[in-house]
Design a protein around this ligand. Structure first.
Ligand code: PMP
Length: 297
């Protein structure tokens, strides 16, 4: 599904066939979830294949490794070049890119001894699809900032996300919405959330969420388009039955939300600010002009 016999990856310093990659079952990363990763996208723009916000993603990868004291000797510019080469070798223009830094065997609970990088790319449609989502508030709270560095994208943190998404799907919903340990709205298992109420967008403040690169991009778009956004603690009452909502993330891109806990958002998504942001985001990643919203096709 993610690779075939021809697929080339970058692994432990070399471009090799994915089918010939050899991992080590004694790796610390496998045993303890002690690895860090990124989710990046490349788009086939009019200026050629372009990795969207490569520097931001690779800088966050380093931040994540540093946060858990993982040895990290990679450089964002060099990794960006390597990633373009992975895309070229696989003839990929629109792609999802997955870098992962893992650590060699170490069964004690101490920092990693040596890290190794894996970079793969594949064709992947928007992670949550393009239909409006039916969300359910999760019974699993988002990981606590007093237990983990939530701004780091660490593999082990994603057990929390898997529990939440699976619970929502088992209950017949598309995806979960997670609260933080204090009961305020946090984020989706793999995306940040924005809510629209009376012409203003609201999004949870940083602290208990992954500071999404897409979230930052949405804030920039709002600034350009003079859309008011407020970052604050939100309760479920601030979400249920409001005008609109959307998730944003590199994998998910911008996706509208139909309902939370079967309580519908009031406006049809195409009439919400989220729909405008969705168009602007799409224009931006394809390196098209988006500031004059009327010109967005
Ligand atoms: N929150 C979580 C928990 C995520 O996994 C992601 C996806 N990386 C996001 C938010 C969105 O982050 P970004 O926009 O940087 O992809």
């Amino acid at each position: 599904m993610y690779y075939n016999e021809e697929t080339i990856i970058y692994y432990k310093g070399n471009f090799i066939k994915a089918a010939e990659a050899k991992g080590n079952p004694y790796d610390q990363s496998l045993h303890y979830g002690y690895s860090v990763f990124e989710g990046i996208r490349a788009y086939d723009t009019k200026n050629g294949t372009r990795i969207f916000k490569a520097k931001e993603h690779y800088d966050r990868l380093k931040f994540s490794a540093d946060a858990i004291k993982m040895p990290y000797e990679f450089n964002s510019d060099k990794l960006t070049e390597i990633t373009y080469e992975v895309l070229r070798r696989n003839n990929l223009k629109n792609a999802y890119i997955r870098p992962l830094v893992s650590c060699t065997p170490n069964m004690s609970l101490t920092k990693g001894k040596q890290s190794e990088i894996f970079i793969a790319a594949w064709d992947w449609a928007a992670y949550l699809g393009d239909k409006l989502l039916r969300l359910k508030t999760s019974s699993f709270r988002r990981i606590s900032p007093s237990s983990f560095i939530v701004a780091a994208k660490v593999s082990g943190h994603y057990i929390n996300s898997i529990m939440a998404t699976q619970e929502a799907k088992d209950a017949g919903f598309d995806e979960a919405l997670m609260l933080d340990v204090a009961g305020f709205v946090a984020e989706g298992p793999g995306a940040n959330i924005f809510i629209e109420d009376e012409g203003v967008l609201y999004t949870p403040q940083l602290g208990s969420i992954l500071p999404g690169i897409t979230r930052a991009t949405v804030l920039d778009i709002c600034n350009e388009l003079e859309i008011e956004v407020v970052e604050k603690q939100l309760t479920l009452e601030d979400v249920h039955g409001k005008d609109g909502a959307f998730f944003c993330g590199t994998g998910a891109e911008i996706v509208g939300i139909a309902s939370l806990d079967d309580i519908a958002f009031k406006k049809p998504f195409k009439e919400t600010i989220g729909a405008t942001i969705q168009k602007a985001y799409k224009a931006l990643v394809f390196e098209k002009e988006y500031r004059n919203i009327a010109t967005i096709a």
